[in-house]
Design a protein around this ligand. Structure first.
Ligand code: NAP
Length: 531
């Protein structure tokens, strides 16, 4: 049986190669964190037979799907975006119920998701993703002639994507991992996150409808429900899967990296995991606008109950009146902050446990307003000194939610010591006036080695989807610091270069054929040109 977006009714079924398939395992239901009850329908888990069916269909689809032109895939991505746009109200309403996040945030997230799909359509049409290079033959070269050598990028094969809990749309079924893999020419099998199965079904149907309308092989896309350590690991270890995209916990990401590495044919796992996003407040900035910075910091800290991988969990500054005014303003703002729903009871429990560890190990500055509900996030701000911070593993760990730690330094050398000793991060921020630029110049090379994105005079929450964005960073921020999971370069994760040596002209792929039929920018003998 098939279902299209025109049937708004949720079915509780998986989508395997265009077919609705009912699982037979444990039934899960979404939980509405605002109302405090479960939502219908039930979503029974799939099992190994469903993984097998989805992977077989993806493998069968690969040859035809990768043979599509850039223009065909661009139109396909745009069709997915159009289908999601057309269903915005239904998708956002279900996502609100399943996540407890505000309507405006989720309507915005729908737009961000469709914007990402359209960005990859642009990437495909622009063409440099092909990585076309031609080193023409040098038959007269001495002592040996050089053969004709050409290179282009091809898709790696079917990709497994794990939807993230904290972005039910932009990092989930049709999120950045799926968009970039489909753009590259890879079929995708998604494992939905249990926190938003209904949103996943609606978005999955938008993709399946676009697959059918474009007459693509049905196995180009499948959506499964199941338990991570069981169905998720079966998916990652299926020999037909060639790469994995993941956003979530450090333990989950590490488990999938280990599973992928233990395969007879190991494959790359692009896992985005854990980051505390240090914010460095330099003296001049603190003196001129400490209180303003304190208030702006709390806005970033409490956004979305702090459930962002870019949440500012660490503030580093030299002690003094400027830092005191920052702390006083932050204390006042947090004290006025209502407790807000968290995505799932498990995430709320993990937050409460994380805050308890900080209470035992650091000075509590302030908590947000109390709440009767156990599934809400009550903001928290702590302080400690550099020596203690550098010795404490607990204080350097991510607490997923609106909790942050101020590290008081006695001088700027101590700030640099923190920068030098922290783990890998998605972001690092510097607030600096012009009088601080000498210090910023010394921090910058340290932070380049630690973070994927360095922000000046801003806050880490809010990630622009564009060509120059890096949402990545050294471990544990991600499992592979050479890439990004947001922005145009995310496509590179699912491509690999192939070299063609002395290939007959009639057999060359069009991206590297003579006469440049695709009008690409190509590197000819080392020089980029559109010949
Ligand atoms: P999670 O527990 O890592 O789950 C993410 C996905 O990975 C789920 O589909 C989960 O499946 C699967 N998974 C988890 N452990 C696995 C394992 N050992 N083997 C195979 N698959 C596994 O993350 P979450 O549910 O989103 O949130 C839990 C915690 O993750 C949060 O409290 C927070 O600390 C962290 N988190 C971080 C970020 C970030 O961007 N840094 C984002 C979201 C969450 P099952 O649910 O079926 O196990």
């Amino acid at each position: 049986m098939t279902a299209t977006m025109r049937d708004a009714q949720l079915t509780g079924q998986m989508l395997i190669a265009g077919e609705l398939v009912r699982g037979s395992g444990k039934e899960i239901r979404a939980f509405d964190p605002t109302a405090g009850h479960e939502l219908e329908p039930a979503y029974p888990y799939g099992d190994a037979s469903h993984v097998d069916a989805a992977c077989a269909a993806a493998a069968a689809a690969f040859a035809d799907y990768r043979a599509t032109t850039s223009e065909q895939r661009a139109r396909f991505l745009e069709a997915i975006a159009d289908n999601i746009d057309a269903a915005t109200d239904a998708i956002a309403a279900r996502a609100v119920a399943e996540s407890g996040l505000p309507q405006a945030r989720l309507t915005g997230e729908v737009a961000r998701t469709t914007g990402q799909l359209r960005l990859f359509a642009d990437v495909l049409r622009e063409g440099s993703w092909n990585g076309a290079r031609i080193d023409p033959a040098l038959p007269d070269r001495k002592p040996l002639p050089r053969p004709d050598i050409r290179q282009r990028s091809i898709p790696v094969g079917p990709v497994a994507v794990f939807g993230a809990s904290n972005f039910p749309l932009a990092f989930s079924v049709a999120g950045g991992d799926t968009a970039s893999a489909l753009a590259a020419g890879c079929p995708v099998v998604v494992k939905a996150h249990d926190a938003h199965p209904g949103t996943s079904e609606l978005v999955g149907r938008a993709i399946a409808d676009a697959v059918a309308a474009a007459d693509l092989p049905a196995g180009t896309f499948s959506l499964l429900y199941g338990y991570g350590p069981d169905l998720g690991v079966t998916l990652v270890t299926d020999p037909r899967i060639k790469a994995v995209g993941f956003t979530g916990s450090r333990s989950g990401g590490r488990a999938l990296v280990a599973a992928a590495a233990s395969r007879p044919e190991p494959i790359p796992v692009y896992a985005e995991m854990s980051s505390i996003n240090p914010v460095f407040l330099l003296d001049g900035a603190l003196e001129s606008r400490g209180a303003d910075l304190g208030r702006a910091f709390v806005n970033s800290l409490t956004l979305g109950s702090g459930q962002f991988c870019t949440n500012p969990g660490l503030v580093i500054a030299v002690d003094g009146p400027g830092l005191e005014s920052f702390i006083a303003a932050a204390r006042d703002a947090i004290a006025q902050t209502d407790a807000t729903p968290m995505l799932t009871p498990a995430i709320a429990h993990a937050y409460a446990e994380g805050v308890k560890k900080f209470e035992a190990d650091a000075e509590l500055i302030v908590r947000g307003k109390e709440s009767d509900s156990e599934t809400t996030c009550r903001a928290a701000l702590f302080a400690t000194d550099v020596d203690h911070f550098l010795k404490s593993e607990a204080l350097q760990s991510e607490v997923f939610g609106s909790s942050s730690l101020v590290v008081r330094c006695t001088n700027t050398a101590e700030m640099r010591a923190v920068a030098d000793n922290i783990e890998g991060q998605l972001t690092a921020s510097i607030h600096a006036d012009e009088s601080d630029y000498d210090e910023a110049r010394q921090l910058l090379p340290l932070l380049e080695l630690k973070a994927g994105r360095i922000i000046f005079d801003g806050w880490p929450t809010g990630v622009e989807v564009c060509h120059a964005m890096v949402h990545g960073g050294p471990s544990p921020a991600t499992s592979d610091s050479r890439t990004t999971s947001v922005g145009a370069r995310a496509i590179e994760r699912f491509l690999r270069p192939v070299c063609y040596q002395n290939a007959p002209k009639s057999l060359l792929p069009s991206a590297i054929a003579d006469g440049n039929p695709e009008h690409l920018w190509r590197r000819i003998d080392g020089r980029l040109q559109q010949d």
